[in-house]
Design a protein. Sequence first.
Length: 365
Amino acid sequence: MSLDDSLLRGTLHVFVAFDWGDEIDLEHARRLLPAESQDLARRPRTPSSIAYRPAPLRYPHGTLRLNLAELGPVDAVAETILFDFGGASVSLQIPFELTPSALGRLAGALADPQPLVDAAQNASRELFTKLQPAIQQAAWSPLGEEYFVFQIPPGDPLPPPQQLIEKHPAWLVGLARLECQELSQTEIDSALQSRISYSPSDMLLAAWSASVLIDRDCEETLQAIEFANMQLLEYRFIDNLLDDRLAAAYSTIHRTLQSWLPFWRTHARPLRRLGELRIEANALFERASSALKLVGDPYLARVYRLIAERFHLAEWEKNVREALDVVEGAYQVVSDQSGAFRVEFLEVIVIVLIAIEILMAIFRH
């Protein structure tokens, strides 16, 4: 039987990342609602030095009833992973048994992810409400970041990855790009460069919107992808936060500098706001960057780098660092201006006091 006539069994993994606040006290959250620590799954190829720091919390939600193209009504297993930097990643695991063409049409339908994003949000809303006492500055950001992984176990009826690439490259790339329309050969060749394998029987083909994962017992790979998606959301969140707060700070600074009495008292608020923004954004950025250290040459680290490259995390990180530098510069400018105003004001006071003393001396004579 050819691949086109076969039924492929696998799992569609949906990861939807949200930001719930500035920070989550995981121990407090565990006291409010008991949860398991989400330790990094590992196979012999994953060194023990790679781990979450601190380990996030895992809250299962049971099953959700969804209605998807090509699948119809289907039960999805849902859970939420909470990170200490305020991130929440909701995952949906959806089993499928479809022909390759039907799976391609499902991928095309996922190009509009809003129904699944809404389902993930609804599944975790009660959890957010119950855990608010453990969340610093609890506020559900309107930003969200979704990602899809088509996981298909290797073996019959699926040919080995190398044969798939040679005989069905357009189908593979269509899944990863969530595109059911015909793609150009240039697009196909470019997309196929973003793949990695550990053995001849497995493969990860990654794109911005989705990945095709031919593997079994691959929980650690899925966790690396989920974490990278969470990082992308946090980087976007920090970037937006800096843009909004910095615009507000500039407006306040502009009004302050045009004040008739630009003494140190009028600088206190914008200076404090800039200082708090710098500390808050730096802390959030560092926690989001260091929660899972994936460096070196182990396979899992290379998986993460492949996904990070597809997500352009390096560019987002650069944008965040540049924005933090701008905040630092603005803080320094206001601080220097405030110091200059203090000196000028004290000089005026000294001159006035000297003038008063001279006048008093003149009138005494």
